[in-house]
Design a protein around this ligand. Structure first.
Ligand SMILES: Nc1nc2c(ncn2[C@@H]2O[C@H](COP(=O)(O)OP(=O)(O)OP(=O)(O)O)[C@@H](O)[C@H]2O)c(=O)[nH]1
Ligand SMILES: [Mg+2]
Length: 332
């Protein structure tokens, strides 16, 4: 029996490096049907079980409003087709928060996901530490840390894949939108479920976001029922419904990365930081500035006068008497 899994992640996060580390030279390269996007399929055997691995194009998001988002469409369609039993989502440890946006969408897609945190060496150099176990607990899915370019963690990943495919499950974490979006989403999901959509939850999100091709995929009757719900919600968010949907993802990933990521820059505040916090405060800053100017004024007025005679004698002695004697000495 052969298992099929796919790799998805942001551009340059190490998908192909991991793909090569897993499959070695057992690869076929072609194109996805109808587009000029490269398709790479490879094989490996682990504990006498055969695995087929599909390398998907690098993408930042699974939804796109642009007509040119071929890579996003290829990745989205392949994942939703469920030809792969599970998705390996690879993220760059040195850019965790940005990479987790795609993870949030995979969670919304309700597909079995395993997370691979790559580039741990780069993160370490930048003094970023990631609590892999805590990340797994928060997402509610298997997570492994690797350095794909050195093939570190690849065996552990193979073991993780094998165990996960015994009983694939969806990530436990769920994403909540603003209440008005939640309500609209539920109504749209009911509508599209009624006409047999295979992924009503995800399609309802795409419809709310205005994702390319989502509205066109509906038959005329369903579209007529769904559009008023979208338009009403769009109005509630002053035409920024797509931003409100994306915002829910950003908030979630910010929470997750804040909980699992430790940057050396997060060390306890120094004395300078503490002083800055007070003197640069929005309310206290200006009065403090005026006080300092007043103190300087008092200083020059009161203390400065005590030195006037000293400077008078010094400058008079050097500049007038001294300079005059110098000129006399050279016969001028
Ligand atoms: N230091 C370090 N470099 C890595 C690691 N993994 C991958 N790289 C390097 O990162 C670069 C990008 O790796 P790829 O495997 O091509 O990334 P990709 O995700 O396939 O990129 P696209 O297909 O363009 O989206 C290459 O130069 C790799 O050698 C890692 O764990 N550590
Ligand atoms: Mg690649």
């Amino acid at each position: 029996m052969k298992h099929i899994i796919c790799i998805v992640g942001n551009p340059n996060c190490g998908k192909t490096t991991l793909f090569n580390a897993l499959t070695g030279s057992h690869q076929d390269v072609g194109n996805w049907p109808g587009v000029t996007v490269e398709k790479k399929v490879g094989h490996y055997v682990h504990n006498s079980v055969d695995y087929e691995l599909v390398d998907l194009p690098g993408i930042y998001s699974l939804t796109t409003v642009s007509q040119t988002g071929e890579d996003e469409r290829v990745a989205r369609d392949y994942i939703l087709s469920q030809q792969a039993e599970a998705v390996i989502n690879i993220v760059d440890a040195s850019n965790l928060e940005r990479n987790l946006y795609l993870t949030a969408q995979l969670i919304e897609m309700r597909v079995p996901v395993m997370l691979v945190v790559n580039m741990l060496d780069v993160a370490k150099k930048r003094k970023i530490e990631i609590d892999i176990e805590a990340l797994g607990n928060m997402l509610g899915c298997p997570v492994v840390g690797i350095v794909a370019s050195r093939e570190q963690g690849v065996f552990a990943l193979k073991e993780m894949i094998a165990a996960f495919l015994q009983n694939p499950s969806l990530p436990k974490l769920s994403l909540r939108y603003a209440p008005a979006i939640e309500a609209a989403h539920k109504q749209i999901e009911e509508q599209v479920k009624g006409v047999g959509s295979e992924h009503p939850h995800w399609l309802a999100i795409e419809l709310l976001e205005g994702a390319n091709g989502a509205r066109e995929s509906l038959d005329a009757d369903t579209r007529a029922r769904v559009m008023p719900i979208i338009e009403r919600t769009e109005k509630e968010f002053s035409g920024n419904l797509d931003i409100a949907v994306a915002d829910a993802r950003y908030k979630l990933v910010a929470q997750v990365s804040a909980a699992v990521e430790h940057k050396a820059g997060d060390l306890p505040a120094t004395l300078t930081d503490k002083i800055d916090k007070i003197v640069l405060n929005r309310i206290a800053g200006f009065p403090i500035f005026l006080c300092i100017i007043y103190c300087m004024f008092l200083f020059t007025q009161n203390l400065g006068s005590a030195f006037i005679d000293f400077f008078d004698i010094l400058v008079g002695g050097v500049m007038v008497t001294g300079f005059g004697e110098l000129l006399e000495a050279i016969g001028v």
